[in-house]
Design a protein around this ligand. Structure first.
Ligand code: SF4
Ligand code: SF4
Length: 384
């Protein structure tokens, strides 16, 4: 049986975070069960892009600071690492993300070492799913003696939810991530990629920052929801199962988790998960806004409904009134579907991975249903 700790934690207060983290890990056997003096411990944060902590798009730096202090107090060397999504001028924005997020400052002040996964070399692994041939994963994940995954509690406009399982996507350095979006545009296939990464990288603990969560059209364009929770487990799928249950959902509602479930990455049956800490059943996050897409993917078993759903699914469109012409979306699109000058999306190329929506720092990529409908009637008119 897997165990998940849920702790109440309503603010990024260092003393409170430290107390909650220590009491939570004590329920999983205590820090000494996992780390010992002299170990190199890697904190794999969520650094999706150059986002400030108050946006709830990234793992909060004070949460990371609390963990660095705990681990250094235990005699460990601490590394903080990730690779951001997207690209500008052919370069992933990880270095800028580390600055904007405040994580670089935390590392400097607390004596931790930054590991920008784009610059640390890779280790070649053979993915068990066979998707995409060889897989290249950032080297620090193999150099560290112990890896702790620190996901953020967020919605995802394409995948509905992103948590412990999804957070390891940042283990793929830089622009290689776009290649996986091209290979696996369907969230279920992306779930295979994520499961491959989890099977290659040995993560010892998963600790979710849900003090503030992102609701609505995450993982970057949603709004902040004060969830006030920390979740901890050695089992990423069990942690995600509990987190989605807090949203009133099941694993079957989250396409990117289906592979983790079918490939036995962890426990996905709530009855087989022991909940400890401040709750013995998943606390419901009242009024939490889910992505619009959820309503559309739920009845996926009926072919006709699926066709209607495909027709009604929102597609990305750049709002030129908001666009700053940074070209992050253009360079991040895995199939080059966005015109560099006009920012018009070529829907015959677009694979609807939603990377452009996810990565635009200015919320200029909107998800619209009307453009699909107009396109359909435009084509119909041209034929008649
Ligand atoms: S839509 Fe966003 S990412 Fe794309 S060019 Fe405009 S501001 Fe940059
Ligand atoms: S236009 Fe946007 S949604 Fe379409 S393939 Fe490119 S990045 Fe993905």
């Amino acid at each position: 049986m897997s165990k998940v700790v849920i702790s109440d934690c309503n603010e990024y207060n260092l003393e409170l975070l430290t107390r909650k983290l220590n009491s939570g890990i004590a329920l999983l056997g205590g820090w000494e069960k996992y780390v010992s003096p002299g170990m190199k411990v890697l904190l794999k944060v969520n650094l999706i892009g150059p986002k400030a902590p108050e946006t709830a798009a990234i793992t909060h730096p004070e949460f990371v600071r609390a963990l660095v202090r705990i681990l250094k107090g235990l005699g460990c060397a601490v590394w903080i690492g990730d690779s951001s999504g997207g690209a500008i001028a052919g370069i992933a924005p990880t270095a800028r993300s580390l600055k904007v997020s405040g994580l670089e400052q935390v590392a400097r002040e607390e004596g931790a070492e930054i590991k920008n996964f784009d610059r640390e070399g890779v280790v070649e692994v053979i993915p068990k799913s066979g998707l995409g041939g060889k897989m290249y994963i950032a080297k620090p994940l193999f150099d560290a003696d112990f890896v702790i995954n620190l996901p953020k509690f967020k919605t995802h406009s394409a995948g509905i939810y992103t948590g412990a399982v999804k957070n390891l996507f940042g283990c793929i350095p830089g622009l290689r991530k776009a290649e996986y979006h091209r290979l696996a545009p369907d969230p279920r296939d992306m779930g295979e990629v994520l499961t491959d990464i989890h099977q290659a990288v040995k993560v010892g603990l998963h600790i979710m920052d849900g003090v503030t969560a992102m609701q609505g059209e995450g993982p970057t364009a949603g709004t902040v929801y004060p969830a006030g929770k920390l979740l901890m487990s050695t089992d990423p799928l069990a942690l995600d199962t509990v987190a989605v249950a807090m949203l009133g959902l099941g694993i079957e509602d989250i396409p990117i988790l289906v592979s983790a479930w079918t490939r036995n990455l962890g426990e996905s049956d709530l009855k087989e998960i022991e909940l400890v800490g401040d709750f013995t059943s998943p606390p419901q996050l009242k009024g939490f806004k889910l992505p619009k897409r959820l309503k559309l993917i739920k009845p996926r078993n009926y072919k006709l409904v699926v066709k209607v759903i495909d027709f009604l699914k929102a597609r990305p469109r750049v709002n030129l009134k908001v666009c700053k012409h940074c070209n992050m979306c253009v360079e991040s699109c895995p199939v080059q579907a966005i015109d560099r000058e006009t920012k018009v999306v070529n829907y015959s190329l677009c694979i609807e991975c939603m990377c452009c929506h996810e990565l635009c720092e200015h919320k200029a990529v909107e998800l619209r249903r009307d453009n699909r409908i107009l396109d359909f009637f435009g084509r119909f008119r041209r034929r008649t």
